[in-house]
Design a binder for this molecule. Structure first.
Ligand SMILES: Nc1nc2c([nH]c(=O)n2[C@@H]2O[C@H](COP(=O)(O)OP(=O)(O)OP(=O)(O)O)[C@@H](O)[C@H]2O)c(=O)[nH]1
Ligand SMILES: [Mg+2]
Length: 313
């Protein structure tokens, strides 16, 4: 028996952040596909239209916003029972006017903390998680002294940068480091040493658990941890595994050759971009990249960039 392929559409959707950090959402009319759920405003791309133009047109039609500008945030490909959608979520960086429902739809602003309590179209779960992630992820260097690390933590901007403690996860002074992070409001990831998580338990307030490649390979279910879970991925097989376990993010590496891993051949931007684009999890590009590569990373399907040395200046 052959089955008819379902129709496929390309959609642009807006992440509109207010000055207070709240996000503007609209409610899909009950009679539409995924009706009655909250959505990131947007709609179908018309033939030949550039994504930025399509979104500006939709935001004008649906919300009365004028001259909006946007840049890539994340792309998710999703198969609904009746429809295949490729959703290009874009950060709206500028506009004129006050968003209001011009098609009778409800429009509201929500804090990031409120988002998990809302009902979205099924395709949206990964982007709802991704917008809570910092665009930069600094990895704590093994070679830092405690003093250097505590000093570095004070200089990171918690709105822009998160911290992966890596080998510091088992450092005798780990809890002092965690207290310093909490005082600054930094989001922190610890390194899992087995599919069970971190020996001795994961302290309260830790935002994420990161699975090195060997731990990911040993997992046959998502680790039992209430926060976000990420994984190191150096190949397509690892990424597939991260997706199948329902993880939230992946560190894709090495994008470029690095001095510390000269034996590992680099993926290059193009291949890393092909892997990252469309996945239902947030990717960070890692390996020979710095904070200045954030736009390039987003154009290649990642939500952020991660690294060691370049992130501590
Ligand atoms: N706008 C928007 N659409 C989404 C999101 N998530 C998601 O799965 N979709 C799906 O993507 C498609 C977008 O279509 P739409 O109904 O907004 O299209 P449109 O504005 O061009 O409307 P129209 O068809 O009435 O002209 C729908 O099938 C919708 O279910 C989202 O966050 N925002
Ligand atoms: Mg729409």
């Amino acid at each position: 028996m052959t089955t008819e392929p379902t129709p496929a559409i390309t959609v642009v959707a807006a992440i509109i952040r207010g000055e207070d950090g709240r996000i503007c959402l609209s409610k899909r009319p009950d009679n539409k596909h995924q009706g009655g759920r909250w959505e990131f405003p947007g709609g179908k791309v018309e033939g030949g239209e550039r994504l930025s133009d399509a979104l500006a047109r939709e935001l004008h039609e649906e919300l009365g916003m004028e001259d909006s500008l946007s840049s890539p945030f994340m792309t998710i490909a999703h198969q609904y029972p009746d429809l295949h959608v490729t959703l290009h979520f874009r950060d709206v960086t500028a506009w004129r006017g006050v968003p209001e429902g011009r098609e009778g739809q409800q429009v509201e602003w929500f804090t990031l903390e409120q988002l998990p309590g809302l009902t979205f179209p099924a395709a949206n779960q990964p982007v709802v998680t991704a917008i809570t992630l910092p665009p930069l992820l600094a990895i704590a260097p093994d070679a830092f002294s405690l003093e250097q690390l505590l000093d570095g933590i004070k200089r990171l901007d918690p709105l822009r940068t998160g911290l992966y403690l890596r080998s510091w996860t088992h450092h005798p002074a780990r809890d002092t480091v965690l207290e310093a992070c909490a005082a600054e409001g930094l989001k922190v990831w610890l390194r899992a040493d087995s599919p069970q998580g971190v020996a001795g338990g994961i302290p309260e307030g830790v935002f994420g658990l990161h699975l090195p490649g060997t731990v990911l390979a040993d997992c046959d279910a998502r680790p039992d941890f209430g926060g976000l879970v990420s994984a190191a991925c150096h190949d397509q097989q690892a990424l597939d595994k991260a997706v199948s376990l329902g993880l939230d993010s992946a560190l894709l590496s090495p994008v470029n050759p690095t001095a510390t891993h000269p034996d590992q051949s680099a993926l290059g931007w193009e291949k890393a971009g092909q892997w990252a684009t469309g996945l239902p999890l947030a990717c960070y590009m890692l390996g020979g990249v710095g904070p200045e590569d954030i736009s390039r990373a987003r154009e290649h399907g990642a939500v952020g960039v991660a690294g060691i040395r370049a992130f501590w200046s």
